[in-house]
Write a protein that binds this ligand. Structure first.
Ligand SMILES: Nc1ncnc2c1ncn2[C@@H]1O[C@H](COP(=O)(O)OP(=O)(O)OP(=O)(O)O)[C@@H](O)[C@H]1O
Ligand SMILES: [Mg+2]
Length: 503
């Protein structure tokens, strides 16, 4: 923004899908708009960076240059591309689902068939629900798995099992287990597509797989990929491989441009040089396409969001042996079909008691869109598709047993290694009542207590349908500050181990 002006206050944040339009002095936008992603907001409050889709030579930017523009957020759920991709998946499912040529026919038959269909498939040796015989499942370099995890691992490695649902409360090691499953699946020769409903969950997976030494590629819009994993993004890997080629091409271009300046007198020679320059542009485009396909087909594991898996680049790589969806309880069923229809078998991991798919439309809810595929699958065929993780490895037993009693029928146990661990046990943390207290529940509804001051819920005026509560936010802030004073490192992302997360 030019001059002394600052950007107006905004709730936009990096990764938001936005629409950019020129506008008049009253802020009324033009009808034609360009879609893109918010890349970042300048710290000085005077700049905003938006990544817009455009092709070489496209006048996108010149149309906006020097004009007043308005930037509006496109609400995630109203995003047309996502909608189209979900719809396309359902149409593919309806049209090809039960065709013999469909690689995922066993998955479709299992998730839509009745017990007779499943029995028929078993009798014809098309599928098998047993555990695979692992050489020695305890020999993992990453973790000593508990019994429920080992069972999930051997079920997940059975190549003839079309569907496995791994259900587990928080901290039971679903993501760790999937990492191990992926490593072992690749070892047994399978190609793997890994997805999750959100970019954050995909990046969490990328982060963990980066430490395994597998050849992995993260596909997706660069503006939505976490900076800590960009080195694994398709764009970054392709750029790295093309570095030398681009340098060489740039050198040739510079030479040709110089020749062009020197031959103003000779029209036919100049035309020839222009042709050569054009050809260089085409060569680069071709080389880019080749390299993208090379990177994707060399990859042992491809990762994207559920809807990102509809990317034509992923589709072109061909069928995957195994599709894995993490946080599967949070995605709507159509979005899960996007990756699933691209693989021979699938594993869904998640927790039906954590966040369910976010559905705003009452009609859609009534029609069943709020029920995730994971939840639906876990109820099919008398629970045959599902295995449960029952030991949590993250938190003190008082937190887990409270959650276990409230939400998991008392079935959740705590691993010995964490059952009694406290913040105060760390050598860098001060020993105070706060760091010795594993679970603090504050009831802000007490009618006359001091905790109740300003703890009233208000509806977000921005129209998001969410509620906010200033008083509770103050209490949490104060508590977090106290923890920081005790020497605790706080992180707001879920990518760092040994951190405290703020929910
Ligand atoms: N068998 C194990 N032994 C030791 N630590 C483990 C084991 N399994 C998981 N963990 C640890 O427990 C923590 C939680 O694991 P993970 O994030 O995989 O759980 P999750 O079920 O995916 O949780 P969420 O529901 O939050 O996604 C991690 O720090 C992980 O390293
Ligand atoms: Mg997880």
């Amino acid at each position: 923004i030019e001059g002394e002006h600052k950007l107006p206050p905004t709730t936009l944040s990096p990764g938001d899908m936005v629409c950019v339009r020129t506008c008049n002095s009253r802020g009324e936008g033009a009808t034609s708009c360009m879609q893109g992603f918010l890349y970042n907001l300048g710290e000085d409050g005077c700049s905003i960076t938006v990544a817009l889709e455009s092709r070489h030579g496209d006048p996108t930017f010149s149309r906006l240059f020097g004009k007043s523009v308005r930037i509006d957020r496109i609400q995630g759920l109203a995003d047309a591309l996502t909608y189209e991709r979900n719809l396309e998946a359902l149409m593919l499912l309806q049209r090809n689902g039960l065709l013999k040529s469909n690689a995922s026919i066993d998955v479709v038959a299992t998730l839509f068939g009745d017990s007779k269909d499943v029995m028929k498939m078993e009798q014809n040796c098309l599928i098998d629900w047993g555990e695979s015989s692992l050489p020695d499942p305890r020999l993992s370099e990453r973790c000593a798995f508990d019994d429920s995890q080992l069972r999930a691992l051997s079920l997940g490695l059975n190549k003839k099992r079309p569907v496995l649902v791994i259900q587990g409360p928080p901290g039971t090691g679903k993501t760790v287990l999937l990492t191990e499953l992926i490593v072992r699946a690749v070892r047994q020769g399978e190609s793997v597509l890994v997805t999750a409903p959100s970019n954050a969950a995909v990046d969490n997976m990328v982060e963990r797989l980066s430490r395994t030494g597998l050849n992995i590629v993260r596909v997706g819009n660069p503006a939505r990929i976490s900076p800590s994993v960009t080195s694994k993004s398709l764009a970054e890997i392709v750029n790295g491989r093309l570095g030398q080629f681009r340098k060489e091409l740039e050198r040739k271009r510079t030479d040709l441009r110089k020749d062009l300046r020197d031959c103003i007198e000779d029209d036919s020679l100049a035309a020839g040089i222009r042709q050569l320059l054009k050809q260089l542009g085409r060569d680069l485009e071709m080389k880019e396409k080749e390299t993208i396909m090379e990177v994707l087909s060399d990859a042992q594991v491809v990762l994207s969001t559920n809807t990102g898996a509809a990317d034509p680049l992923i589709r072109k790589t061909g069928c995957f042996d195994l599709v894995i969806i993490d946080e599967a309880g949070q995605g709507i069923e159509p979005s899960c079909w996007i990756p699933i229809l691209q693989g021979k078998r699938c594993i869904l991991a998640g927790d039906h008691c954590q966040l369910a798919p976010a559905i705003l439309s009452r009609k859609a809810l009534e029609g069943g869109l709020g029920k995730s595929m994971m939840e639906r699958a876990s109820l099919l065929h008398d629970g045959l598709l599902t295995t449960r993780l029952t030991v949590q490895h993250r938190m003190h037993d008082s937190i887990a047993s409270w959650a276990s009693k409230e939400m998991y029928q008392g079935l959740l146990q705590s691993s010995h290694s964490v059952a009694s661990h406290l913040l105060a046990d760390s050598p860098v943390v001060k020993d105070t009542w706060i760091t010795r207290c594993p679970l603090l529940l504050l009831d802000t509804r007490m009618p006359y207590g001091i905790l109740n001051v300003d703890c009233v819920e208000h509806l977000d005026p921005a129209g998001t349908g969410s509620f906010y509560n200033d008083g509770e936010a103050d209490i949490v802030t104060q508590h977090v500050l106290n923890l920081v004073h005790c020497g605790i490192y706080i992180s707001f992302t879920s990518l760092i181990e040994h951190r405290i997360n703020i929910v």
